[in-house]
Design a protein around this ligand. Structure first.
Ligand code: PMP
Length: 353
């Protein structure tokens, strides 16, 4: 095929394989979603929606609600159909991309897709931020670009301390980079640590409605940034890109954020329970997590993945990631789902012998 850039023909698929399973713990979704009374209200509002009309160009009304919710100027709010889309737009706008390794796979995937120079600095022992190496990278590159840092971190669940992140923000500002902290999981982190210092022109924060809000199927995420950065990113997103039903669902959710607090509380409690119960496992080890998932080391990721799938439980393999040999990533589900996972994990330990 000659019509397309050769680079694109050779590009590997995004590292995700969809499978059917009774218990789906592979995409860090919320096991809860909108409560029934909000679903009923959404159905009523959808009925009144004029679907023959285009939605707003950049979901301006929703951006205004998010600006109110976050205490952020509306001019610096960009809404996208999933934060994935905003990440891709940020990469398309960037001169280069800096990342840590391991990391959320899309930063690298989008850079390769769009032909943007990409560099990743490995995390240190214990998933610590490699401060010196990142400071050197920010200073060394011949032009600045966008530096993505997921915090809480994926796929490890680790939370980077504010003081270290702040040092990187200051270095990004000094060398004219845009540092984007991807806070897809911020609600699951310790409450007193969750907010990074916003309001600096060289800092952007990405958030999503897919995780704690339980709206992954609606597809909505947002960037909080300076007015200038927001304008560029908005230009790179397709006009009329947020479907009207999505905007409705998210606006309704923003009117009732209490359900999110409750869901997050349940997930955090369950996360601690699963983490502690796994301590009794003879061969599997979970890492401490500040997200809605656990990274678990096993002797053999393929055997763990297949053994769980045989018992109706779908998780995500991470053993393709350098340094994460034997690792699987398990989303925290409902207590019943987590019990099924734990039971299967202990059964598999017997099979290993
Ligand atoms: N950032 C991180 C760190 C994620 O883990 C995910 C989802 N797996 C996303 C962004 C994408 O979220 P969205 O559904 O908003 O596209």
């Amino acid at each position: 095929m000659k019509a397309f850039k050769p680079r694109l023909l050779a590009l590997p698929d995004y590292p995700y394989t969809a499978r059917q399973a009774l218990i789906k713990l592979d995409q860090n979704e919320s096991p809860y979603g909108l409560p029934p009374e909000l679903k009923a209200e959404l159905a009523a509002r959808l009925e009144a929606l004029p679907l023959n009309r285009y939605p707003e160009m950049h979901a301006e009304s929703l951006a205004e609600r998010i600006a109110d919710f976050e205490g952020w100027p509306e001019t610096g709010v960009v809404v996208g159909p999933g934060s994935n889309t905003i990440i891709t737009a940020l990469v398309a706008a960037a001169q280069r991309v800096l990342d840590v390794q391991p990391s959320f796979a899309l930063y690298q995937h989008a850079a390769e897709l769009l032909g943007v120079p990409y560099r990743a600095v490995p995390l240190e022992e214990g998933f610590q931020l490699p401060l010196e190496a990142l400071l050197a990278a920010l200073a060394e590159e011949e032009s600045p670009g966008v530096f993505f840092l997921p915090n809480p971190h994926t796929p490890t669940g680790h939370f980077f301390m504010q003081e270290r992140v702040q040092i990187l923000c200051e270095a990004a500002a000094q060398h004219d980079w845009l540092m984007v902290i991807d806070e897809a999981y911020y609600q699951f982190a310790p409450a007193d640590l969750k907010r990074q210092a916003l309001g600096q022109p060289h800092l952007g924060v990405l958030r999503t409605f897919s995780k704690a809000w339980g709206l992954a199927g609606a597809r909505a995420g947002y960037l909080l940034a300076s007015e200038e950065a927001a304008r560029v990113v908005r230009h790179l997103l397709p006009p009329f890109g947020i479907p009207a039903p999505t905007a409705l669902a998210v606006e309704l959710a923003l009117e009732h954020p209490g359900y999110v607090t409750e869901a997050v509380e349940k997930v955090r409690r369950e996360r601690e329970r699963v983490y502690l119960e796994l301590k009794a496992h003879p061969t599997w080890t979970a890492y401490p997590s500040h997200t809605n998932f656990l990274l678990v080391r096993t002797p053999d990721a393929q055997a763990a993945y297949e053994g769980l799938l045989k018992r109706g439980i779908l998780v995500r393999r991470q053993d393709h990631v350098p340094g994460l040999e034997g690792a699987i990533r398990v989303t925290i589900g409902t207590p019943v789902e987590n019990d099924a996972f734990l039971q299967a994990a202990f059964e598999l330990a017997k099979e290993e012998k």
